[in-house]
Design a protein around this ligand. Structure first.
Ligand code: FAD
Length: 479
C-alpha cells in the first residue's frame, strides 16, 4: 500500500506517531509538508514563527534523507485542504496519516480533508502525538473531563506508566520511505515573508535546536523550582516553541523528567507539572471548545470591560510597554523584541491588562497570539482565562497581582528591568520598581525624566483594584 504522512506541528523524523504507523502499514510512504496559504496569508509579512517553521522543515527534509537517501520531504505552498487530496490522487495513496491537532480551526481543516479523501476512497488516519494524554483519556470518577488542575494532575500521574512514554521507533522501518524527487524547500522569500531577527536570538531551530536546548536544560533542571520565577535568571527550558512545532517529542521530555521526579528531584517534579499543565489545557480546549471565544465559567461573560477610545489608548500603551510600571513595560519589550516572554511576566502583564486596565482578556490573548513564538491556542487561552479568573482556577477573583510588589519579589535587583529598559538602568534598586516614588535627586542622577524618557504610571494600582472589585461584583454567586 501507499501512504502519505502529512506533517503539521510535528516537525521531526523520530518518535513520531503518524510516521511510525504509516511506515509500519505501508510499503511506500511519502512525506509532505504544506506551507498552508489558509494560515500564512493572514500573518504579518515578518513573523518569527514562519522563519522557525521554514528552517525546521528544511532540517526535516535533510533528516528524512539521512534515514533513507532516496527519500525526502515533499513541500508545497498551497491551500492544504485542496493540496492534500490532490496529492493523494497523484500518488495513488490509500491512506493519509497525520497527528491530532485539536484546535478548532485545525479540526475544521481536517474535517474538510477527511471528506475530500473519503470521496476518493482514501482514509485519513490520525493519532495522538503531541501530548501524553488527550481528549477523554483522563476523566474524573464520574467520567467527566476535569476542569480544575490539581485533581487532573493527580489522575494524570496515576495513569502514567512506561507504555505512555515509549517512543515510536521510526528508523527501523526507514526502508519504506518512498523515493522523493529532490526539490528545494521554499525559502522565506519564496513564501512571501521577510527575514526577522530570529537568527540573532538564542533560539536554535529544528530538531537539532530542540535537542540542544533539551541537553542544556537537563543540566540545570534540578534548580528549576527555585529559579523559574525570576525573569533575570536562565531558569526555564525555552522549549515552548519546540513543543509547539513538535521539533521535540513530548514523550522523550516526559520520559527524561519522570524518573528524576520519582527520585525526588524537586526541580524535575515542578517541570513535569508544567508539562501536565500543557496537557491539561489541550484537553480543556478539546472538551470545552467554547473557551476559544467565551469564558470557561459563563458568569464571567457578564463583566463589562472598558471600551471606546480611552480603552484603546490604554491597550496601545500596554502593547508598546508604555504603562509606567517597569516590570510590565520590560516584559512587553521582551515579547516585542524576541517573541518570548517569561512565564512569571506573562502572568504579571496579563493580570495588569485585565485587572489594572480593566480590558477584555481577549485583547491580550490576541496580542500574545500574534507575537509569541510558542503561541498555542490551548495554553494561551488557558493562561489568559487564568489571569482574568474566568477559567480553570481555584483562586478567587479578588486575588489581584500588585505589579510593583511582583517586581520587588521576582526581579529584586532590577536585573531584568535594566536589560529591557536601559533608560532606567541607573536608578537604585529601591526606586526601579516604581520610579514615580523616587526622590527628585535620584531621578536626576539616573537621568530619568518621568513623562519624557519614561512614562508616568497610566493608572494608579490601588484605585484600579477598587474598580476591578466593582466590575467583578457581577459574577458573585448568590449565597
Ligand atoms: P518552561 O518553564 O521550561 O516549561 C516547559 C514547558 O511546559 C513549556 O514549554 C510549555 O510547553 C509547558 N508549560 C509551562 N507552563 C505552562 C502553562 N502555564 N500552561 C501550559 N503549558 C505550560 N505557553 C505556551 O506554550 N503557549 C502560549 O501561547 C502561552 N501563552 C500564555 C499566556 C499567558 C497569559 C500565561 C500566563 C501563560 C502562557 N503560556 C503559554 C504558558 C507558559 O508561560 C509558557 O509555556 C512558558 O513560559 C514557555 O517557556 P518555557 O518553554 O521556557 O517554559
Amino acid at each position: 500500500a501507499t501512504g502519505i504522512v502529512w506533517f503539521r506541528r510535528d516537525l521531526r523524523s523520530f518518535d513520531h506517531a503518524a510516521l511510525y504507523h504509516a511506515l509500519k502499514t505501508c510499503q511506500q510512504v511519502h512525506c509532505v509538508f504544506v506551507f498552508d496559504k489558509d494560515i500564512l496569508d493572514h500573518l504579518p509579512r515578518a513573523d518569527r514563527r514562519v522563519e522557525f517553521i521554514q528552517a525546521s522543515v528544511a532540517e526535516l527534509d535533510t533528516a528524512l534523507r539521512a534515514l533513507q537517501p532516496s527519500a525526502g520531504l515533499v513541500t508545497l505552498h498551497a491551500v492544504a485542504t485542496q493540496a492534500i487530496p490532490a496529492l493523494a490522487k497523484t500518488l495513488h495513496a490509500q491512506a493519509v496519516f497525520a497527528n491530532h491537532d485539536d484546535e478548532p480551526q485545525a479540526l475544521a481543516r481536517d474535517a474538510v480533508v477527511r471528506g475530500a479523501l473519503a470521496h476518493m476512497g482514501v482514509a485519513l488516519r490520525t493519532y495522538k502525538d503531541h501530548v501524553i494524554f488527550e481528549r477523554k483519556e483522563v476523566l474524573t470518577q464520574q467520567g467527566k473531563p476535569y476542569g480544575v488542575f490539581t485533581p487532573y494532575k493527580n489522575a494524570w500521574l496515576k495513569k502514567l506508566d512506561d507504555f505512555y512514554l515509549k517512543s515510536y521507533p521510526v528508523a527501523a522501518y526507514a526502508a519504506h520511505l518512498a523515493p522523493c524527487e529532490r526539490q528545494p524547500v521554499p525559502s522565506l522569500h519564496d513564501l512571501g515573508f521577510e527575514t526577522t531577527n530570529l537568527a540573532s536570538l538564542k533560539l536554535p531551530t529544528g530538531a537539532s535546536g530542540g535537542q540542544q536546548l533539551v541537553e542544556e536544560f537537563f543540566e540545570r533542571i534540578e534548580h528549576y523550582h527555585a529559579t523559574r520565577d525570576f525573569p533575570g535568571i536562565k531558569g526555564p527550558s525555552y522549549l515552548g516553541v519546540h513543543l509547539r512545532f513538535g521539533t521535540v517529542s513530548i514523550r522523550q521530555l516526559a520520559a527524561m523528567a519522570y524518573p528524576l521526579h520519582l527520585q525526588g528531584f524537586q526541580g524535575a517534579s515542578v517541570w513535569l507539572s508544567e508539562l501536565v499543565w500543557r496537557d491539561f489545557y489541550v484537553q480543556i480546549l478539546s472538551n470545552f471548545p467554547h473557551v476559544a471565544q467565551a469564558a470557561f465559567k459563563p458568569e464571567y461573560d457578564q463583566i463589562a470591560w472598558e471600551h471606546g477610545k480611552p480603552a484603546k489608548a490604554l491597550f496601545d500603551a500596554w502593547c508598546q510597554g508604555q504603562t509606567g510600571y517597569p516590570l510590565v513595560d520590560a516584559a512587553m519589550a521582551q515579547i516585542n523584541q524576541t517573541g518570548y516572554m517569561h512565564n512569571r511576566l506573562r502572568m504579571v502583564v496579563a493580570s495588569f491588562l485585565v485587572k489594572d486596565l480593566g480590558l477584555d482578556w481577549r485583547w491580550g490573548e490576541a496580542y500574545f497570539a500574534e507575537h509569541l513564538n510558542d503561541f498555542d491556542l490551548a495554553s494561551n487561552n488557558g493562561g489568559w482565562q487564568w489571569a482574568s479568573s474566568s477559567g480553570c482556577d481555584a483562586q478567587p477573583y479578588f486575588r489581584i497581582f500588585n505589579p510593583t510588589s511582583q517586581s520587588e519579589k521576582f526581579d529584586p535587583e532590577g536585573k531584568f528591568i535594566r536589560r529591557y529598559l536601559p533608560q532606567l538602568a541607573k536608578l537604585p534598586n529601591a526606586a526601579i520598581h516604581a520610579p514615580w516614588t523616587a526622590k527628585p535627586m535620584e531621578l536626576r542622577a539616573a537621568e530619568v525624566v518621568l513623562g519624557q524618557n519614561y512614562p508616568q504610571p497610566i493608572v494608579a494600582h490601588d484605585a484600579a483594584r477598587t474598580r476591578t472589585l466593582l466590575r467583578y461584583a457581577v459574577v458573585k454567586k448568590p449565597h
